[in-house]
Design a protein around this ligand. Structure first.
Ligand code: HEC
Ligand code: HEC
Ligand code: HEC
Ligand code: HEC
Ligand code: HEC
Ligand code: HEC
Ligand code: HEC
Ligand code: HEC
Length: 320
């Protein structure tokens, strides 16, 4: 308690100033025993030293929401400061009221590591984002949980896709998140190999010279596509967690076009409204001007099942 008394003496102005102007030394927000030179470790009355109006001046998003929600939230981002462990709190702030769209949680399916039929809870959030710095910029190395890589080492992920493949593989799944697959070729476990050796959206390159070639601005041939360009982790109404509107994926499309939030409705293996977000024929043939149903056109066969020819791991037909 002495420490707290100390800062209400005249020297406190200087100390406060120090606290105000000091940016976090590292990306890790979680407090450790060096907190306040050691003197502030295990103290729980944050208010005594950190008045709300002087903190987070460098981050308007955090400033606003912490100003509103108060001291009860400190531990959700900065850890317990050596105190008793508490369950994670995420959806108290990350919901459609307080932080709409960050992330978009609407939809009946989500990546909850289980049946995908229900929503995401706090435990699911921290499986993927254990140490987010919440600075308003998504950085895979920081904002995604360190999971064991193919060598069993806890290294940061260099891309979102690489993060997904730490679980979606056959030979080195993450303990606690083992996947039950129907067969060796189920994409749930085959994606690492598909992505490396078979899929055009993965590391293997397409020719860019096919009959129906053509991509919208933002995407190009001989480049790979992130899993989350097509799959939504936080919520969607489509099967296989495919995005249900452009705002939930296709991240590299020109903002002007993507922000129109083109709907994507998928059923019976018809993925036309997804494919047409990125693909648009340069030399229109085969009914290329048929609307896929969401207002966009530019691909062949806008009706029917695409799966016989376009699915993950499909090496013989046109592939995915
Ligand atoms: C006795 C005063 C005191 C108390 C109580 C206190 N802090 Fe601090 N805190 C400090 C000082 C001093 C610094 C260092 C400021 C600097 O480095 O300029 C600091 C730094 C920090 C930092 C920046 C990261 C770091 O490790 O330097 C965070 C975040 C922080 N405090 C959060 C908290 C939270 C959350 C609580 C409540 C659980 C809390 N503090 C309680 C004095 C205190
Ligand atoms: C939503 C996550 C979040 C919550 C909740 C949060 N902080 Fe922070 N805090 C941050 C981030 C991000 C930074 C680093 C960026 C910055 O300097 O503004 C930070 C930095 C700090 C710093 C270092 C200097 C500064 O002012 O930026 C202090 C001190 C601090 N927080 C105290 C607190 C206290 C006390 C609470 C509870 C009232 C709290 N934080 C709640 C995210 C959070
Ligand atoms: C299966 C892993 C996974 C789970 C579970 C998950 N996320 Fe994410 N999250 C990601 C990935 C990957 C990204 C970056 C790509 C994207 O935005 O789709 C992301 C991005 C975000 C972003 C920043 C981008 C945005 O849309 O604003 C926020 C905020 C976020 N997640 C919060 C949460 C919260 C809160 C939960 C729990 C309710 C959660 N996430 C659950 C993987 C996950
Ligand atoms: C006190 C409110 C609050 C709580 C509680 C909170 N967050 Fe955040 N989070 C924010 C704010 C504010 C942002 C920044 C949004 C922005 O500026 O776009 C953010 C951003 C994020 C991001 C995006 C990446 C980044 O660096 O900005 C992720 C991921 C995230 N939070 C995950 C979580 C997880 C996981 C939890 C639970 C352990 C959690 N958040 C708890 C307020 C909160
Ligand atoms: C920590 C391990 C882990 C990570 C990381 C992870 N997943 Fe999963 N994923 C799972 C598990 C477990 C399931 C549920 C499997 C089952 O149905 O038994 C699953 C299911 C899925 C499904 C199937 C959903 C359905 O409708 O059946 C998709 C698609 C998927 N994940 C994509 C991704 C993508 C994309 C990423 C990266 C952004 C990712 N996953 C990251 C473990 C993980
Ligand atoms: C997020 C944007 C995006 C979406 C959505 C998308 N694609 Fe692609 N597609 C690409 C990019 C970029 C390439 C080029 C990859 C390369 O050449 O390495 C490509 C390449 C292909 C190729 C190989 C072309 C060649 O020249 O060999 C086929 C086939 C293909 N996509 C089919 C589909 C189908 C079917 C869908 C819908 C299920 C789809 N794509 C959805 C971006 C996308
Ligand atoms: C009977 C097999 C078959 C079916 C079914 C099929 N496609 Fe294709 N698709 C192909 C072939 C083959 C090509 C490549 C043509 C070439 O090599 O010139 C192709 C090419 C494409 C491309 C262009 C990739 C590029 O950039 O060159 C897209 C996009 C595409 N198909 C979307 C779809 C969608 C959406 C569906 C379902 C609504 C679908 N296809 C159904 C066989 C099929
Ligand atoms: C171009 C869009 C696209 C990209 C990129 C993509 N997927 Fe898919 N994914 C699909 C489509 C379409 C389906 C449904 C057809 C199928 O199962 O092959 C699917 C199905 C799946 C399934 C099976 C889900 C189920 O219902 O059982 C899993 C798992 C999966 N994808 C994981 C991934 C992972 C992991 C990545 C990145 C390594 C990825 N996908 C990249 C479009 C994509």
């Amino acid at each position: 308690m002495n420490n707290i008394v100390q800062i209400s003496r005249p020297r406190s102005a200087l100390l406060l100033l120090l606290i105000m102007i000091s940016p976090l030394a590292s990306a890790a927000l979680v407090l450790d025993p060096s907190h306040g030179g050691g003197a502030a470790w295990e103290l729980d009355r944050c208010a005594a030293c950190h008045p709300l109006r002087f903190i987070h001046l460098g981050d308007p998003g955090v400033y606003a929401i912490v100003g509103q929600e108060g001291y009860a939230t400190c531990y959700s981002c900065h850890g317990t400061n050596g105190g008793e462990e508490k369950p994670p709190v995420c959806v108290d702030c990350h919901n459609s009221g307080a932080l709409p769209g960050a992330p978009a949680l609407d939809g009946t399916h989500s990546h909850n590591f289980n049946d995908t039929e229900s929503g995401l809870g706090d435990d699911a959030c921290v499986a993927c984002h254990a140490a987010s710095d919440m600075d308003g910029r998504f950085t895979p190395e920081i904002d995604l949980t360190k999971l064991p890589d193919a060598n069993g080492k806890l290294t940061p992920s260099h891309s979102i896709t690489e993060f997904c493949l730490r679980c979606h593989n056959r030979g080195h799944q993450v303990p606690g998140y083992e996947i039950k697959a129907e067969s060796r070729y189920d994409p749930l476990v085959a994606m690492e190999d598909n992505y490396r050796f078979i899929d055009y959206h993965g590391l293997r390159h397409g020719s860019g010279k096919r009959l129906y070639y053509g991509l919208r601005k933002g995407y190009r041939y001989a480049a790979w596509v992130e899993c989350t360009d097509c799959h939504a982790m936080h919520g969607t109404n489509n099967p296989s967690l495919l995005i249900d509107r452009s705002g939930k994926g296709v991240a590299r499309l020109e903002a002007q076009f993507r922000d129109k939030d083109w709907p994507v409705d998928i059923s019976e293996g018809n993925y036309a409204q997804l494919c047409v977000l990125c693909h648009q024929m340069k030399s229109p043939v085969d009914a290329a001007d048929n609307d896929t149903g969401n207002g966009l056109a530019g691909i062949h066969r806008v009706t029917g099942d695409c799966r016989p020819c376009h699915s993950h791991g499909q090496a013989i037909q046109a592939g995915l």
